[in-house]
Design a protein around this ligand. Structure first.
Ligand code: F6R
Length: 241
């Protein structure tokens, strides 16, 4: 695991975007794994800026998001489909058919999980996966206790995760109770992982991810075994290391 310390959230976002742009410009058919939440918002702003400055095009890029809530349709403003469209896709030249997120409104959710996993394989796997980390060590929506060999699957969200995400909803009751997420093994199959982390509140989780035991009780700990992980963290997030 390689750690890159930066001063603050903005520097984290700028560094991550320049790494991604370099990759996108280098590869013939880049496949990016994307995340939602607060952490990558600055990265997406920087990518849009680089696109507007004509430093990058996304026409040849394919994307696969980590996860999506169950029960929300794509137009729902709380869905991750909406988030991605609003924060990145509608601002750049990525073709709509190149964009993939699990369909949380599918009638057969198990089939949807299998189909999502197959779509990732058919496209040659993920070149760079962007990750954030939850306070309980979750990556994607893989909560503590998830098997390290899991592939894309349906999950019940932990109360702490629903609580943490309630800030995006009008009330806690509105936060869905389930989600579809790439599994831990799906994430581990990515050729490269870029984990972004900012703020003091994440410091304990980062320290445990980097230095703690590798255990299913703390999903992000498995990243110690991935051959190509870069963590870009600001001073506050890396303060316990
Ligand atoms: C988002 C995701 C989650 C978040 C994590 C951190 O697609 O899969 O694992 O990365 O919950 O969220 P923020 O960035 O909001 O602190």
């Amino acid at each position: 695991m390689q750690l890159r310390a930066v001063k603050n959230y903005e520097e984290m976002s700028i560094l991550a975007s320049s790494m991604l742009v370099e990759k996108v410009n280098k590869l013939e058919r880049p496949v990016l794994g994307l995340a939602t939440g607060s952490t990558p918002e600055g990265l997406y702003k920087q990518l849009i800026k680089q696109y507007e400055e004509k430093k990058v095009s996304f026409q040849h890029v394919k994307t696969f998001n980590l996860d999506e809530y169950v029960g929300l349709n794509k137009q729902d403003e709380q869905s991750y489909h909406y988030y991605m469209k609003d924060k990145l896709f509608r601002h750049v030249d990525i073709p709509e058919q190149h964009v993939h997120l699990p369909n949380g409104a599918a009638t057969n959710l198990d089939e949807e999980c299998k189909a999502y996993e197959s779509r990732i394989k058919e496209n040659g796997g993920i070149d760079v996966q962007i990750l954030g980390i939850g306070l309980n060590g979750h990556i994607g929506f893989n909560e503590p206790g998830t098997s390290f060999s899991s592939r894309t699957h349906l999950v019940d969200l932990a109360p702490s995760t629903r609580q943490a995400n309630a800030r995006f909803f009008t009330s806690l009751e509105q936060v869905p109770e389930q989600a579809i997420t790439m599994g831990i093994d799906t994430i581990m199959q990515s050729k490269e992982i870029l984990l972004l982390v900012s703020g003091e509140k994440k410091a304990k989780a980062v320290a445990r991810m980097v230095e703690g035991d590798i255990t299913e009780e703390f999903p992000a700990s498995i990243l110690q075994k991935h051959p190509n992980v870069r963590v870009i963290g600001d001073e506050a997030a890396l303060s316990l290391l």
